[in-house]
Design a protein around this ligand. Structure first.
Ligand SMILES: [Zn+2]
Length: 200
C-alpha cells in the first residue's frame, strides 16, 4: 500500500484493545497526515510513558512514582485496602470516587483452567502489608466470575487469621462482569453494600 513502515504501524495499532484492522487503518492515516500535531507527540508520550511508568512495588498500581501517588497520599485512609484484579479496576474505582483507602492489585485471579495459582499473583506482598499492621479492613472487590469467587474465598481464608475484617463487595456486580466496565453508580452501590465475610 505505502511501504513497510505504514504496514507495521497499522499492524501494531490493530493489536490495541478496541482497534480492529479497519479502525487501525483510520488511526494510522490520521497520524500520518498530521505528523507534527499528532504523530510525534504520540510517539513522545509513548516512549516517555514506557520509560517512566512501572508497577508500584507496594500495591501494583501503575505510576511514574514508586511507591505510587495513591500509596503516598497522606489524605487517604491507610486502614482499608481494596483488593482488585487489575489496574483497570483500580482506575474504575478511582473514577467513581467510591474508595478513599488504599489498593492492592492482584494481577489476575486464581484459575484452575489457565493454571494460575497463588504464586502467580501479587499475594505475598499483600500478606506482608497486612503483617506490618495498621490495616483493619480488606475489601475484596473481585469480579463475580467463577474465578473471582474462587479467589475471594481463597483470600478470605488466608487473610482472616491476620486479624483484619474481610469484606466483599455487595450485589450489583453482574455475573462475569469486570469492575472496569461497570458505571460509576453501580460501582458505588456495590462498594457501599459490602459486607464482612462470615466466619468459617
Ligand atoms: Zn502503590
Amino acid at each position: 500500500m505505502g511501504g513497510p513502515e505504514i504496514e507495521r504501524l497499522i499492524a501494531l495499532l490493530s493489536k490495541l484493545p478496541g482497534l480492529g484492522p479497519r479502525s487501525a487503518r483510520r488511526a494510522a492515516l490520521k497520524l500520518l497526515q498530521q505528523p507534527e500535531a499528532r504523530m510525534l507527540p504520540l510517539a513522545g508520550a509513548l516512549s516517555e510513558a514506557a520509560r517512566a511508568v512501572k508497577p508500584c512495588s507496594r500495591c501494583g498500581n501503575l505510576d511514574s512514582r514508586d511507591p505510587c501517588t495513591i500509596c503516598t497520599d497522606p489524605h487517604r485512609d491507610p486502614t482499608t485496602i481494596c483488593v482488585v484484579e487489575g489496574v483497570g479496576d483500580l482506575w474504575a474505582l478511582e473514577r467513581a470516587h467510591v474508595h478513599r483507602g488504599l489498593y492492592h492489585v492482584l494481577g489476575g485471579t486464581l484459575s484452575a483452567l489457565s493454571g494460575t495459582g497463588p504464586e502467580d499473583l501479587n499475594i505475598s506482598p499483600l500478606l506482608a502489608r497486612l503483617r506490618e499492621g495498621g490495616v483493619t479492613e480488606v475489601i475484596l472487590a473481585l469480579g463475580a466470575t467463577v474465578d473471582g469467587a474462587t479467589t475471594t474465598h481463597w483470600l478470605t481464608e488466608k487473610l482472616k487469621p491476620l486479624g483484619v475484617t474481610v469484606s466483599r463487595v455487595g450485589q450489583g456486580m453482574p455475573i462475569g462482569g469486570a469492575l472496569d466496565v461497570l458505571d460509576d453508580g453501580t460501582l458505588a452501590a456495590a462498594l457501599r453494600a459490602r459486607r464482612p465475610v462470615g466466619a468459617g
